[in-house]
Design a protein around this ligand. Structure first.
Ligand code: C5P
Length: 219
């Protein structure tokens, strides 16, 4: 039990970007390698959890013992997340596109000599906020917040606004995109823990041990 503290728990993780199709060959996306989310899924599985990883398009191997569900768009990710519930804990690491093209063209848009086409966007569902407000809300719900300035302050606000338990405030002002290292702070109710820069694996291990502490303390 000691080294598999999440045995018997179901942990849901989202990771990677979403791709929002414009036409059969083009899409809009956020920048995300998926590395941090995959590291968290791997660490949760290593801690004994049953792990469902809902993943946007990434070039990463499925971690050992993880049940991976591949999706493309935010709407597909929202459906896959709902289908994967209930979960004891959910860590929403995915960089979900805030908007998608309103009108999908099922034929490739032609490059014309005249003006380029205008893209009309519409809002995507906020998966995290939806789950937070749902009857299937996991006991421990954790969001990520990528910020470039006032990192802790903005993350505090986001924790409240989204109705989640913890926010991992991700300082992306440095060189973390696609890299091996990360700079995060953990925002809990009424306090913030400042973490030193460390590898994405170490962030994952540390976060998962926090999750294990919390889930086992509540029993
Ligand atoms: O509001 P913001 O996009 O900064 O919030 C980030 C957090 O919300 C992340 O945990 C991300 O996975 C989640 N999110 C989501 N669905 C969206 C947008 C963000 O689940 N449409």
């Amino acid at each position: 039990i000691e080294h598999r503290p999440l045995y018997g728990k179901h942990v849901l993780v989202t990771a990677g970007p979403t791709h929002e199709p414009i036409d059969p060959v083009r899409y809009l996306a956020n920048r995300s390698s998926g590395k941090q989310g995959y590291a968290i899924a791997a660490a949760a599985a290593a801690a004994g959890a049953r792990v469902t990883l809902v993943s946007g398009p990434v070039n990463l191997r499925t971690p050992l013992g993880v049940d991976r569900i591949d999706v493309e768009s935010a709407e597909d990710m929202a459906k896959a997340v709902k289908a994967a519930l209930p979960a004891d804990a959910a860590v929403m690491v995915a960089a979900v596109a805030d908007w998608r093209p309103r009108d999908y063209r099922d034929e490739k848009l032609k490059k014309r000599a005249s003006a380029p086409p205008a893209l009309i966007l519409t809002e995507n569902p906020d998966i995290l906020a939806t789950i937070a407000a749902s009857p299937q809300r996991p006991d421990l719900l954790i969001g990520f917040a990528a910020e470039t300035q006032n990192v802790i302050e903005n993350a505090r606000k986001k924790r409240k606004a989204k109705g989640v338990d913890w926010i991992v405030a991700n300082d992306v002002s440095g060189d973390v995109m696609g890299g091996e290292d990360n700079q995060v702070h953990l925002i809990l109710e009424g306090k913030a823990e400042e973490w030193k820069p460390m590898s994405k694996q170490d962030v994952a291990t540390r976060l998962v041990s926090k999750i294990a502490e919390k889930l086992t303390a509540d029993v």
